[in-house]
Design a protein around this ligand. Structure first.
Ligand code: ADP
Length: 494
């Protein structure tokens, strides 16, 4: 059957172009480490922005009191309250409220969006009086998790660089995110101070470090993807806002370095928000489906790594492959199906098809029928559908693993001795310390096969021995709780 063969060929070509043998993953690891170095060395030196966060000390468990957090950045919006008892790992209690962000607000005005945020906070606080606990007499302190690229101006303020993940609110770009929120809170008549402005990954790292001092990096793989890590002060040779591009480089760099050192006070390090969703390397296995998805997106040429890895996109890559297959064969059913509709197949449903273990793939049939309006797809074609989901998810998980190892390589925790001055120091044997990477996001926590592929690739790249010292630890709601922890840390130090 010629048509069947053509469909199989689409799958074979996909497998071929999505290949991630360990050699290729190691090239991605090296590229990530090199790009990190370049992004730190100069502003605009890499697609990785390597944003300084001004977070120079992470929570240590001694934080005490009641703190609030808002988390805005993906599919769901969250308001939290965290009670801290002052002893490590003793988060006494937490209350979390989640709600989906109304679609129209994602492309409205900053005032509309933040009024929604502030009014959710107000409702949340007003419900307190009904509970057992007394409302706090003093001004409330809040951490704001805002998971978009922000150029920080302090630990509690920063300017929005650009939107990602389908958000687009022009009037907010270039403005101080904290100030916008603080004004919205004031409009609602609330006495709440924005004491920390952080990226979600930084929150995940903060909670990770609160729970385990060996935590050195954090990764979020949800609607979008990003990572941050703790960098040594002497490796941060740029200081945003202080670095100009004109001559006298050596002399100037020295001065910038000194100024940076002044900033990096207590611990001699600072958390760097990599914005790794924008990572790019010629070693990434890219297909025509990725290119088409990128061209059709609101941010073409941007967030290339994110578009291969995160929840907003995986379902749509699969949809594009299935559409291609359906054009080769009428086994898929009517051409009038939803297959041609962008984002008709969401990642959680793609995952459900992938993980369908019924003998006749009845869940695959149900989703194809109900969601994509493709009734009566034969079992052998359903098997191809599952295979497509597998290829796309496996590639995503393995690339994410390579990204994580790239970070470990940069900080010398991959067993190779790290890099200095852009050169690898493989000659320096180093004993491997216990290393924890905090991880969060629906893909890792809710998609079992994704998690298994990622863990497996970590082992393949690092080898059994070294990978036994690297622990990926899930931090449930870390991005929100971490913001409250950092608000506590910032309030205590004033
Ligand atoms: P955020 O939207 O803040 O990133 P999450 O980290 O919870 O929130 O990630 C949600 C994303 O994770 C969704 O957009 C979805 O793509 C993906 N996701 C959630 N559950 C699953 C699942 N069971 N299988 C696959 N992907 C999932």
């Amino acid at each position: 059957r010629r048509k069947w063969k053509k469909m199989v060929k689409v799958l074979e070509e996909l497998e071929e172009s999505c290949g991630t043998p360990v050699g290729r993953l190691k090239q991605v690891v090296d590229a990530m480490a090199v790009e990190m170095h370049a992004g730190l060395a100069s502003e605009g030196g890499s697609k990785l922005k390597m944003l300084l966060t001004y977070v120079d000390k992470l929570p240590n468990g001694r934080e005490k009191g009641t703190y609030y957090a808002l988390h805005l950045g993906g599919t769901n919006f969250r308001v939290l309250r965290v009670h801290l008892g002052g002893q490590r790992s003793a988060i006494l209690g937490q209350d979390i409220e989640r709600q989906p962000i109304p679609q129209h607000l994602m492309t409205s005005t900053s005032e509309d969006l933040l009024d929604f945020v502030a009014s959710s906070l107000k409702d949340f606080i007003e419900k307190e009086g009904n509970g057992l606990e007394q409302p706090s007499p003093r001004r409330r302190e809040l951490g704001f998790t805002f998971s978009f690229p922000v150029k920080q101006t302090s630990a509690s303020s920063g300017i929005l660089i650009k939107w990602t993940k389908g958000f687009s609110i022009e009037d907010m770009i270039g403005r101080d995110v904290s100030e916008c929120l603080q004004q919205a809170i004031a409009r609602k008549g609330q006495d709440v101070r924005v004491a920390a402005l952080i990226n979600d990954t930084v929150g995940t790292l903060a909670l990770g470090h609160y729970n385990d001092e060996d935590t050195v990096a954090a990764v979020v793989i949800g609607t979008g993807t990003n990572a941050c890590y703790l960098e040594r002060a002497d490796a941060i040779i740029k200081c945003q806002g202080l670095l100009t591009t004109s001559g006298g480089m050596v002399y100037m760099l020295f001065h910038i370095f000194v100024k940076c050192q002044g900033l990096l006070t207590t611990s001699g390090g600072m958390v760097v928000n990599m914005e790794w969703g924008n990572f790019w390397s010629s070693h990434l296995p890219r297909t025509s489906y990725d290119i088409d998805l990128d061209v059709a997106s609101p941010n073409p040429n941007d967030q290339g790594f994110e578009k291969m890895i995160s929840g907003l996109y995986l379902g749509d890559i699969v949809r594009r492959v299935l559409l291609r297959m359906s054009q080769e064969s009428d086994d898929f059913g009517p051409a009038s199906s939803k297959l041609a509709v962008p984002f008709a197949l969401r990642t959680p449903l793609m995952a459900a098809m992938h993980e369908d273990d019924s003998p006749d793939l009845s869940e695959v049939a149900r989703i194809l029928g109900e969601v994509l309006e493709l009734p009566d797809v034969p079992v052998k074609v359903r098997k191809l559908v599952v295979k497509v989901c597998d290829v796309i998810t496996r590639r995503a998980a393995r690339l994410a693993a390579a990204g994580i190892v790239g970070i470990l390589k940069k900080i010398g925790r991959d067993g190779s001795g790290g890099i200095a001055g852009g050169k690898f120091r493989s000659d320096r044997p180093s004993r491997m310390r216990r290393t924890v990477v905090a991880i969060e996001g629906g893909l890792y926590t809710s998609y079992t096969l994704f998690r298994e592929y990622l863990n497996e690739a970590m082992k393949e790249i690092l080898g059994e021995e070294i990978s036994s010292n690297v622990i990926l630890r899930v931090m449930e709601d870390g991005s929100g709780i971490g913001a409250a922890l950092l608000a506590a840390a910032n309030s205590a130090s004033e």
